[in-house]
Ligand binder design. Structure first.
Ligand SMILES: Cc1cc2nc3c(=O)[nH]c(=O)nc-3n(C[C@H](O)[C@H](O)[C@H](O)COP(=O)(O)OP(=O)(O)OC[C@H]3O[C@@H](n4cnc5c(N)ncnc54)[C@H](O)[C@@H]3O)c2cc1C
Length: 511
């Protein structure tokens, strides 16, 4: 892509119709689409994913999440105040360049309740545009096929075969990994941009949105006129919008509320406590932040499994979605008989995982600043299971995991036999033996909570932005990413975020 350059090459000041902050899952399709008619600048704090084998392949998924550093790795690690480790994308393509690749459209309820102005015909066209470019039908191998059959035995029916839309029952979803296991992220959608109308600048950390007085015709007193960003050498640059242009924040559920706060857009007393000059009092910035709990179990399988990320999903009406993965992980010796040895000397272990994502969730948390340095993660708390409804959903889903685990379809994957003894091995948390015991099940849920990385909120529709995603009370500033969602769409959010990036140009072009 000839239009991608390093921030160090950007002049100290330049002008554009639209400035997109964050070349992530929603930002890239939005940039490609707007460039059909406008001069667009994308500012991305990370580098490019291409040429990074772990990022670009399905097999590199875990490695990418493990190889993190404070300022430069494609995955930026953070741990919420709840004590749960988590990750966010820091690379062109955003979190779609480090995720597990599962692709499934939003549920119908989401469009009704999200508060966003949706035209469902354009929604479908936008999904189709994305799917033609970067979505594939996965080929199920041993573990995923067995889980699909196990889900059906456990009563998660009907069987819907391969479907991209959200339907009750068991289905194979789409994948952004192709049949060779190569990743296709949102960054690939930039191939559809008009190259003479777009500039993508990487290693550009946006520090602040610049505001100025609005014209006398506007209801808002201030308007976004540009942003300040820093390159890797620490030099400052000003990217400005021409008259009538806009700044579009696509920095993700952590990045967008963080940037609003650093720009003086947030609760007045809170900003004052940080010594940040208040540009616009917006009391709910950083509030209503959510993360869907993930619970589940992993077992050691007697036969080596093919590596797989999520391909099959069980959509229940119990408040939980069931998914599965199988990983081959290096393991320290001594090696018991269940471990397999590769042709070298390393010892490997194949681990099969069954997990649930809690729908919603109902429990809300919040985001605050930890520093005025934008490169540092903000402080987040998700308050997992504070709402008893989430806990009940987890208990329901965990019982389904038990049903799947007991299914005949999984028989070949459960028991090792050596020295005439049959043994079943968990890696990590074990399911309660008596799954009818509510207290034990609730305890399991609380003890084993982790993240499925679908955190969202922080700039909610109706609280921080309006139904066209404009920041309430300001001109020329919108938020287009997962921070605007009150609930996570469908079983997994990336399809909806990719669609939304394509979709939102409609309101920009025709409102
Ligand atoms: C490990 C992992 C696995 C996942 N698996 C799946 C899955 O299988 N299926 C699924 O549907 N979803 C999955 N998700 C969730 C999904 O990927 C995210 O919800 C989605 O990608 C978020 O999109 P976004 O546009 O809101 O933000 P992002 O895609 O994260 O984009 C934000 C971008 O903004 C940039 N940015 C932030 N701050 C600044 C700044 N100050 N200046 C410049 N740039 C900035 C970031 O570097 C990033 O590129 C997973 C997520 C993770 C982390």
């Amino acid at each position: 892509m000839g239009f991608v350059s390093n921030a160090t090459e950007y002049p100290s000041e330049d002008y554009h119709d639209y400035i997109i902050v964050g070349g992530g899952t929603a930002g890239c399709p939005l940039a490609a689409t707007l460039s059909e008619h406008y001069r667009v600048l994308v500012l991305e704090r990370g580098g490019v994913p291409y040429g990074q084998p772990n990022v670009m392949t399905q097999n590199g998924f875990l490695q990418t999440l493990m190889e993190v550093d404070a300022y430069d790795s494609p995955a930026q690690a953070f741990t919420s105040e709840d004590g749960v480790p988590n990750a966010r994308g820091r690379v062109l393509g955003g979190s779609s360049a480090i995720n597990a690749g599962f692709y499934s459209r939003a549920d119908q309820d989401f469009y009704q309740r999200s508060g966003i102005n949706w035209d469902l015909r354009v929604v479908n066209q936008s999904y189709e545009w994305v799917e033609k470019a970067i979505v594939f039908r996965p080929e199920l191998k041993n573990w995923q096929s067995a889980v699909r059959d196990g889900m059906l035995e456990a009563g998660i029916d009907p069987y819907n075969d391969f479907r991209l839309d959200h339907v009750l029952g068991t289905k194979i979803g789409g994948s952004t990994f192709d049949t060779f296991g190569t990743r296709h992220s949102a960054a690939d959608l930039l191939n559809y941009a008009n190259p003479s109308n777009i500039k993508v600048v990487v290693h550009a950390s946006v520090e602040r949105v610049l505001l100025a007085s609005s014209s006398s015709y506007s209801n808002a007193s201030q308007s976004a006129i540009g942003v300040v960003f820093r390159d890797q050498m620490g030099r400052y640059h000003h990217a400005m919008v021409v008259n009538g242009g806009e700044v579009l924040l696509c920095a993700g559920a952590l990045g967008s509320p963080q940037l609003l706060l650093l720009s003086g857009i947030g609760p007045r007393p809170y900003l004052a406590s940080w010594g940040i000059p208040v540009a616009h009092h917006s009391p709910h910035v950083g509030q209503f932040l959510y993360d869907n709990p993930r619970n589940g179990i992993s077992i050691v399988t007697p036969t080596p499994l093919d590596h797989s990320l999520i391909q099959v999903v069980g959509v229940t009406s119990l408040g939980a979605y069931l998914e599965a993965a199988s990983n081959i992980i290096p393991f320290a010796s001594p090696a018991p008989p269940v471990f397999i040895r590769n042709p070298g000397t390393s010892v490997y272990l194949t681990v099969a995982t069954l997990m649930e994502k809690i729908v919603g969730p109902l429990s809300a948390g919040s985001l605050t600043l930890s520093s005025t340095d934008v490169r540092m993660n903000p402080t987040v708390r998700f308050n997992y299971f504070h709402n008893p409804g989430d806990l009940q959903r987890c208990v329901n889903g965990t019982r389904k995991i038990g049903d799947i685990l007991r299914s005949r379809a999984l028989d070949d994957f459960k028991f090792h036999e050596w020295f005439g003894v049959k043994e079943f091995r968990y890696v990590g948390p074990e399911l309660p033996v008596d799954q009818s015991n509510d207290a034990a099940m609730r305890d399991f849920c609380r003890r084993t909570v982790s993240t499925i990385w679908h955190y969202h909120g922080g700039c909610l529709v109706g609280k921080v932005i309006d139904k066209n995603l404009k920041v309430i009370g300001l001109d020329g500033l919108r938020v287009v990413d997962g921070s605007v969602f009150k609930v996570s769409p469908g079983t997994n959010p990336q399809a909806t975020l990719l669609m939304m990036g394509r979709y939102i140009h409609i309101s920009l072009c025709f409102e």
